[in-house]
Design a protein around this ligand. Structure first.
Ligand code: FAD
Ligand code: NAP
Length: 341
């Protein structure tokens, strides 16, 4: 492989939805597992140390230049590879844009991902944090994935159990962090839809749309409408979606909070209660707060934004202050959802 494909001191500004200016010592793109395999053998890549694989860059905060190599995943292709009575099995290349994949499923009448419409980023990152929205997570439609081990370039198939999915978690964010590059994901979609409309504002939006007969297309459109009205468009205002996870607290802690703050939103979990991080942050007065070009989005406090020239360090510093004040006021520790690089 020619070195020409490996760029040096490459600006990552257009590779992250926060729009943070930072550069990679080396940068290359790959569009197949074979290209990836060759790149991983390149002495420049092998010896540069840190390796960061990127899809859409919609779940990272760059707090400085990347001293090693950034590899951008462009593996394409969507294929229906099997079916049984209930399900169709669809494999997508890890570089496919997630929403394009959702649109593909909608067009073919394959159900299961409609609630996950308009989430930015790539197919390959979807299992990373078990992306979720409106009561549906990737684990609900996941069949298996293929990944390449970075150190020995061996290919491995992971089923759902091996992925150890949790709330915005998987084995790739924990035990295997930085060890594998996901190259394709196979989803299991329903031939007959099971609708999920009980979450957030979906039902209200369907009513406002005048929908009388449910369909996966109508739900997708309702989700798109809500997201477009509530979330900043990252092309205009840099962000990476929810910056923090919703914290889960034990029942006795919840009881204490409920006494002090009767209107606190909470959702029962298998053990304990899930709190809405956005509400906690808002109660601490951060919603709409701005420090230079780093800010807390006025319509959704869970989203931190870059109004133009904020650095990753400035956004990170704001997140530290928010974590500190939520801890002081409520005694609840917020965890970041966004990957800090
Ligand atoms: P990147 O940001 O490129 O990467 C994220 C992490 O995954 C990095 O650590 C990276 O190294 C790793 N990675 C990426 N690709 C691979 C691969 N092929 N193999 C191994 N590791 C890889 N998330 C939700 O869960 N639900 C939402 O509703 C949601 N809404 C959002 C709304 C907005 C406006 C924005 C900006 C973000 C939102 N997100 C949401 C977060 C984000 O879109 C998802 O987490 C998405 O899956 C990230 O995909 P990506 O390709 O951009 O990942
Ligand atoms: P919302 O509807 O205003 O609700 C606030 C929070 O309450 C959500 O975070 C959600 O938790 C929780 N919630 C709402 N209804 C619930 C129910 N019936 N059962 C259990 N929990 C419930 O939230 P929003 O900000 O507009 O987001 C809507 C959906 O899109 C959420 O699922 C959210 O996670 C997702 N989203 C995610 C990101 C991201 O970057 N991760 C960005 C934007 C939106 P959960 O977050 O645990 O679902």
């Amino acid at each position: 492989m020619e070195h020409a494909q490996i760029r040096e001191n490459y600006s990552l500004r257009n590779c992250n939805t926060f729009g943070i200016e930072a550069s990679a010592r080396y940068y290359a793109e790959f569009a197949s597992t074979e290209e990836l395999e060759l790149l991983l053998q390149e002495p420049l890549v092998r010896d540069a140390g840190k390796l960061l694989v990127l899809g859409g860059g919609s779940n990272i905060l760059l707090t400085g230049d990347v001293a090693g190599t950034v590899l951008k995943n462009n593996i394409g292709g969507i294929d229906t590879i099997g079916e049984d009575e209930e399900f169709v099995y669809v494999r997508a290349g890890a570089g496919v844009n997630w929403h394009q994949f959702v649109l593909h499923c909608l067009a073919l009448g394959y159900a299961g991902v409609e609630n996950l419409s308009l989430i930015p980023g790539s197919v390959g990152a979807s299992p990373m944090q078990n992306i979720g929205a409106y009561g549906v997570e990737i684990k609900d439609v996941f069949h298996e994935l293929e990944a390449m081990h970075i150190a020995d370039r061996k290919r491995r198939t992971f089923d759902a159990e091996a992925c150890a999915f949790g709330y915005r978690e998987s084995v790739f964010k924990n035990k295997y962090k930085g060890k594998y590059i996901i190259t394709s994901v196979t989803y299991r979609l329903r031939k007959q839809p099971v609708f999920h409309t009980e979450y957030g504002a979906i039902r209200q939006e369907l009513e406002a749309m005048g929908v009388t007969e449910l369909s996966i297309g109508a739900i997708a459109q309702a989700v798109i409408n809500i997201r477009t009205s509530k979330l900043p468009d990252w092309h205009e205002t840099g962000n990476a979606g929810s910056f923090f996870k919703n914290p889960q607290v034990p029942l006795d802690k919840y009881a204490e909070l409920k006494t002090a703050y009767p209107s606190i939103p909470a959702y029962p979990q298998e053990s304990g209660m899930k709190l809405a991080a956005g509400w906690l942050i808002e109660q601490c007065g951060w919603k709409g707060h701005r420090e230079g070009d780093a800010g807390c989005y006025p319509k959704q406090a869970l989203v931190l934004v870059n109004y133009g020239k904020a650095t990753g360090g400035e956004i990170f510093a704001l997140s530290e202050k928010i974590i500190g004040s939520v801890q002081d006021k409520f005694g609840v520790l917020l965890e970041r959802e966004v990957n800090i690089v």
